[in-house]
Design a binder for this molecule. Structure first.
Ligand SMILES: [Zn+2]
Length: 253
């Protein structure tokens, strides 16, 4: 079982506890520090470090890899989204997943690229980026840090980011991948993606069809439910909501 597969098992069953139990950090006076002291920039920096750790542990597609070239073509106009600079990479693993983090990193998994059209991939990335723009990822990270000893290192007295161990960064990465958002946050991320597709002249129905494909992934009962499905239930209802809105907007009949 590769690292990502094991990571998913952990995140499915132990979304927060594995992270909260990262050992080896001095408690002491630093406990007085409130994680609210962490600025948005610090949360972004912690996210960036966790992504560097994930990139080191996963098979990142090379620049000349056909998957990288396809992704670069798809996102050619979107290296900055709503003012946020985005960096994109492909993980060449079979899992059906993608994520975006507070520092503007987007990672798309080979398994997702294999089943989605270009526009559907944009729709899913738009949804994930929506979580970042709407500060859902930042808030989830802050709430995780509040429950974790990692904050004792992260929020040093001088306000600088302390150095986290690789296992602590791995715990953060684990949490970021397994984070579940509220129904309202999901709806708002869907709306963000819809608006993004519409603004750039893409067919908004790609959002609906991507959900319908994910719904099929969740119903197979095979070796496991795709991660993006387990963190995003109700794919069929979300697809229907997109269709209803597209009809109201006169984009479909
Ligand atoms: Zn979501």
């Amino acid at each position: 079982m590769n690292y990502i597969a094991r990571l998913f098992l952990l995140t499915v069953w132990l979304p927060v506890s594995t992270f909260a139990q990262q050992p080896g950090l001095a408690q002491a006076a630093m406990d007085a520090l409130n994680s609210a002291m962490l600025s948005d920039a610090q949360v972004a920096e912690l996210s960036r470090q966790a992504v560097v750790e994930m990139d080191a542990k996963n098979p990142v597609a090379a620049p000349n890899d056909p998957y990288t070239q396809r992704l670069n073509r798809i996102v050619a106009r979107h290296h900055t989204v709503s003012g946020l600079p985005i960096n994109y990479k492909v993980y060449k693993v079979p899992d059906v997943n993608a994520f975006a983090t507070a520092d503007g990193s987007v990672r798309v998994f080979k398994g997702l690229m294999d089943i989605m059209t270009d526009n559907e991939l944009l729709a899913i990335m738009g949804h994930e980026i929506g979580h970042v723009i709407n500060h859902d990822t930042r808030d989830a990270m802050k709430s995780a840090l509040r429950r974790s000893a990692v904050r004792n290192v992260a929020a040093s007295q001088s306000g600088l980011i302390g150095k986290l161990s690789r296992s602590q960064l791995g715990g953060l990465a684990d949490y970021m991948l397994g984070a579940k958002f509220s129904r309202q946050q999901e709806t708002e991320a869907d709306d963000y993606s819809y608006g993004f597709l519409k603004r750039y002249g893409y067919n908004v129905m790609a959002l609906a069809t991507s959900f319908e494909k994910l719904a099929k992934q969740g119903g197979g009962g095979g070796s496991g439910v795709a991660q993006i499905v387990s963190t995003h239930p109700d794919s069929k209802a979300r697809a229907q909501r997109v269709r209803d809105r597209a009809r109201r907007d006169g984009l479909i009949r």
